[in-house]
Design a protein around this ligand. Structure first.
Ligand code: NI
Length: 202
């Protein structure tokens, strides 16, 4: 049996908060990218690891943060904007008045998960308006590379744990509906397909 000792206080280590708005001279302004809607074959692919933190990759992460806030959502994975790279962004801060604290993670990986589970009603920006309860480990230890190329590792609980697991799943071509019964999954897929067709026509 394995437990986290003090998850809450370690949720948001201040040095991990990214200052994407800082405007380094190399970066062009961030832009909102369009989000793929399920079903799409690109959402079923296993994404490739990031081998080089190029300006292009950093720009991708900055755009993803912009896209996530605009949606609005609490997390976004690169395949959702059609890039099959292991990049996720998240901001699961619940307080709407809190300063935004987006995190960008390159090659994120769950290295340890609690036996204890949590149930959240999950949704996905690639499956608009559809929600379902998903059971996942309540706490996870995640390892990733930060935007400066440094390896990081931290423990996450609550909504952060769920969001990070959901986004990391995306990098492996897995959607939250893959945890549901075949019947529920097909129902949601049909609704999403219909919405996708309607949007294409609009
Ligand atoms: Ni999603």
């Amino acid at each position: 049996m394995w437990r986290f000792r003090d998850v809450t206080s370690r949720l948001h280590p201040p040095d991990l908060h990214l200052q994407w708005m800082g405007g380094s001279p190399k970066c062009s302004p961030m832009s909102v990218r369009s989000i793929l809607i399920h079903p799409d074959p690109r959402l079923k692919k296993v994404c490739a690891p990031v081998s080089d933190l190029s300006d292009e990759v950093r720009m991708l992460a900055a755009d993803m943060i912009e896209t996530m806030y605009e949606a609005p959502g609490v997390g976004l994975a690169a395949p959702q904007v059609g890039v099959l790279s292991r990049v996720i962004v998240a901001d699961a801060e619940k307080d709407p008045d809190a300063t935004p604290k987006p995190m960008a993670m390159f090659n994120p990986e769950v290295v340890l998960a609690s036996d204890e589970t949590n149930v959240y009603e999950e949704g996905c920006l690639s499956i608009p308006d559809q929600y379902a309860e998903v059971t996942r480990p309540a706490e996870v230890r995640v390892a990733w590379i930060d935007r400066d190329g440094n390896p990081q590792e931290a423990e996450f609980g609550g909504l952060w744990a769920t969001v990070l697991q959901h986004e990391i799943d995306h990098l492996n071509g897995k959607l939250f509906i893959d945890y549901l019964s075949a019947m529920k999954r097909q129902l949601i897929t049909r609704k999403s397909q219909k919405l996708k067709r309607e949007r294409a026509r609009a």
